[in-house]
Design a protein around this ligand. Structure first.
Ligand SMILES: O=C(O)C(=O)C[C@H](O)[C@@H](O)CO
Length: 254
């Protein structure tokens, strides 16, 4: 058995944009519904959603029936969490709040087996189909993707060095945290935040890497895509359900 090639990594490496959907409901059922929408990737959120290893694995299992790539955002850059979640089958990772190139190098090392890194070795887990992918430990890196989130002024200032780190595939802007950390909470459209976002894009492209962002407002997503962002999340299960139900009820005037 061979590991399925990573379609998101292939798209981004070819410079092709890929639309994503954010999965925040910590439910295999809702993630399965999102996986059928036709997006190029999903983001199973383990930072701001009540996900743990088991709930994340259940969502990876649900999404595995679909062609989209299921990426997982961990709550931190913990090497222990990287090991556990990768063994459970998370091969496309998003790591929040990456601020320096050294931090990025440590994340890559945590994703890599020796001699390149420190990922703990196990012969059988979900990632290698329980021992059925015979060359997994030697070939795994080829199908892994690392999106590091740039979410503060320090990360923006270091974006070029971070993008240059071997093993970093995407600089992914977290507009909520970035605007908050730049004294513009709730306003990622502020001029100085937009300037910072443009600098992240420039840093990524300068290093031949992809840039990504979460843009649940279509006009923003369209603009970011035009600007050259290629890993663009355009909606979230939570928002679609909450706003959709709000608007449905509000549409009746009894
Ligand atoms: O900072 C951001 O914005 C993100 O990283 C995305 C949010 O964390 C996501 O949960 C949507 O609210």
């Amino acid at each position: 058995m061979q590991e399925r090639p990573n379609p998101l990594k292939a798209s981004l490496a070819a410079g092709r944009p890929s639309l994503g959907l954010w999965c925040s409901l910590a439910s295999a059922l809702s993630t399965e519904i999102m996986a059928g929408a036709g997006a190029g990737w999903l983001l199973i959120d383990g930072e701001h959603s009540p996900n743990d290893l088991r709930s994340t694995m259940a969502q990876l299992q649900a999404a595995a029936a679909f062609p989209c790539e299921a990426a997982v955002r961990l709550p931190s850059d913990s090497a222990v969490l990287i090991k556990q979640f990768m063994d459970a089958g998370a091969r496309s990772l998003m790591i929040p709040n990456v601020r320096t190139a050294e931090q990025a190098r440590e994340i890559v090392a945590a994703m890599s087996y020796a001699p390149a890194g420190i990922r703990g070795f196990s012969t059988g887990h979900r990632a290698n189909q329980f021992g059925r992918i015979k060359d997994y430990h030697r070939s795994a890196r080829a199908n892994q993707l690392l999106a590091v989130q740039i979410e503060c002024a320090t990360g923006v200032a270091n974006a070029a060095e971070i993008a240059a780190v071997e093993g970093v595939d995407v600089l992914f802007v977290g507009p909520g945290d970035l605007s908050t950390n730049m004294d513009a909470m709730g306003n990622p459209g502020a001029d100085h935040v937009q300037d910072a976002i443009a600098r992240v894009l420039q840093a990524a492209r300068g290093a031949g890497k992809a840039a990504g962002i979460l843009a649940p407002v279509k006009a923003d997503a369209d603009r970011y895509l035009r600007d050259g962002f290629t890993m663009v999340a355009v909606g979230a299960d939570l928002g679609l359900l909450a706003r959709g139900s709000d608007n449905l009820i509000a549409s009746f005037s009894l």
